[in-house]
Design a protein around this ligand. Structure first.
Ligand code: SAM
Length: 239
C-alpha cells in the first residue's frame, strides 16, 4: 500500500501533522499552482511531486535535530517558501523569517502567511548581503536555512552573519554537498563557522542524493562580512 505524504512524514521524520496542518499544506499547494501561472515560483507543478520534493524535503531539516520550541529561524533565498514555510506550518511555535530578494515572491509569501494565519511568520524583502548588516537580523537567529541559493563558499557569507553564536546554519544540498563543504573550509573559518557534518536525507521515490550540510556558528563574524551584493558568490572566500 502506498503511503500518503503525511504518513511518510510520520514514518520517515516522526512528524505527526494534525488534520488542520494537513489542510494548510493542501491550501499552500493549491495556491502555489494558481500563482505559478503568473509568477515564476517553481518548476515542480505535479501535486505529488510538490508534496515530496518541496514539503517532505523541507521538513527533512528535522533530521539535524535543531528546532527547539520558539527557535528563531531565518530562511535565506526562500523563493516560494522552501524550506521555511513547511517548517512554520509543521512547527507553529517557531518564529520563521523568510528572506527573499524578489518582490513578486514576497507578495506570494505574504498572501500564504495571511491566508493560512501563520502568526509567527514574517517576510523580509532584501538581499542577504544587506540583511546581514542590519542589527535586527545580524547574529539574531538560532537556525539559518537555505536551499538551492548558491554554492556553499558564497552561501556561507550569506548565512553565517545572520546566525547567533552557538546557532546553526543548514544548507540543503544535492550530489555536490561534500565538494562544496570542502571548498567552503576557508570561508567557514573566516566567518566564524565550523562544519558539524554532512547528513544524508532519503526521500521516497527520489533518486538524486540529498544532504544537510550542518554548520555551527562558533565565533562572531568580522564586521566587513557580508561583502557588497554579488561579491560573496563572484569572489567566494578561499584559502
Ligand atoms: N529556497 C527556494 C527553494 O528551494 O525552492 C528557492 C530557490 S531559488 C532557486 C533561489 C532564490 O534565492 C530565488 O528566489 C532568489 O531570488 C533568491 N536569492 C538568491 N540570491 C539571494 C540573495 N543574495 N539574497 C536574497 N535572496 C536571494
Amino acid at each position: 500500500m502506498t503511503l500518503t505524504w503525511t504518513e511518510q512524514a510520520a514514518a520517515l521524520l516522526n512528524i505527526h501533522l494534525t488534520e488542520a496542518q494537513a489542510a494548510q499544506f493542501d491550501l499552500f499547494a493549491a495556491d502555489l499552482a494558481v500563482w505559478n501561472e503568473r509568477v515564476n515560483l517553481t518548476a515542480i507543478t505535479d501535486l505529488a511531486a510538490i508534496q515530496v520534493r518541496h514539503f517532505l524535503d523541507s521538513l527533512s531539516i528535522v533530521q539535524a535535530g535543531v528546532l527547539p520550541d520558539g527557535a528563531r529561524v531565518m530562511d535565506v533565498g526562500t523563493g516560494a517558501g522552501f524550506p521555511g514555510l513547511p517548517l512554520q506550518i509543521a512547527f507553529p511555535h517557531l518564529e520563521v523569517t523568510l528572506l527573499e530578494a524578489t518582490g513578486k515572491k514576497i507578495a506570494f509569501l505574504d498572501h500564504i502567511i495571511s491566508s493560512l494565519g501563520l502568526v509567527n511568520a514574517r517576510t523580509v524583502q532584501a538581499r542577504a548581503e544587506e540583511a546581514g548588516h542590519l542589527p535586527e537580523h545580524r547574529e539574531q537567529y538560532d537556525l539559518v536555512t537555505a536551499r538551492a541559493v548558491a554554492r556553499l563558499p558564497g552561501l556561507a557569507e550569506y548565512m553565517l552573519p545572520l546566525a547567533r553564536i552557538g546557532g546553526r546554519c543548514i544548507a540543503m544540498k544535492g550530489a555536490t554537498a561534500m565538494t562544496e563543504a570542502a571548498d567552503a573550509r576557508q570561508a567557514l573559518a573566516v566567518l566564524g563557522g565550523r562544519l558539524v557534518g554532512v547528513e544524508a536525507v532519503t526521500l521516497p521515490e527520489v533518486d538524486e542524493p540529498h544532504y544537510l550540510v550542518v554548520i555551527e556558528k562558533i565565533a562572531p563574524t568580522p564586521a566587513v562580512y557580508p561583502r557588497k551584493p554579488g561579491i560573496p558568490t563572484r569572489k567566494p572566500l578561499r584559502g
